[in-house]
Design a protein around this ligand. Structure first.
Ligand SMILES: Cc1cc2nc3c(=O)[nH]c(=O)nc-3n(C[C@H](O)[C@H](O)[C@H](O)COP(=O)(O)OP(=O)(O)OC[C@H]3O[C@@H](n4cnc5c(N)ncnc54)[C@H](O)[C@@H]3O)c2cc1C
Length: 78
């Protein structure tokens, strides 16, 4: 999913705040891996502030999950 495509789907009532200059081609996976920010970062934070958990496929094929086992809590990710 591309950042601007997500925001087009969320508009007009919602938006995904991280807004890198590359938003028209930045994927959410790429934004998470680089903790992309942008002009709205001072007010709304960066991409890491919008990640509550990750499912990660390791190079050997194993799948791991990050985040809280009790629930998806922001304090467990930052
Ligand atoms: C013109 C321009 C303007 C920019 N402006 C800003 C800005 O204002 N603020 C800012 O913070 N950054 C900015 N950036 C950098 C920005 O953070 C990245 O361009 C963007 O967030 C990365 O997204 P991408 O889809 O291009 O990732 P890619 O460059 O394709 O990938 C980045 C890394 O993430 C990995 N990756 C990608 N997807 C996944 C996935 N699903 N799972 C695991 N790993 C993955 C890739 O292997 C690579 O190592 C800018 C870049 C450009 C080119």
């Amino acid at each position: 999913m591309i950042c601007n495509v997500l925001n087009a789907a969320l508009a007009p009532s919602h938006f995904f705040p991280p807004d890198p200059g590359s938003a028209n081609l930045a994927s959410l996976g790429g934004m998470v891996s680089t903790n992309a920010s942008g002009n709205r970062a001072v007010k709304y934070g960066t991409t890491k502030h919008y990640v509550l958990g990750l499912e990660i496929v390791l190079a050997d094929g194993r799948i791991i999950h990050t985040g809280s086992v009790l629930g998806r809590l922001l304090r467990d990710m930052i």
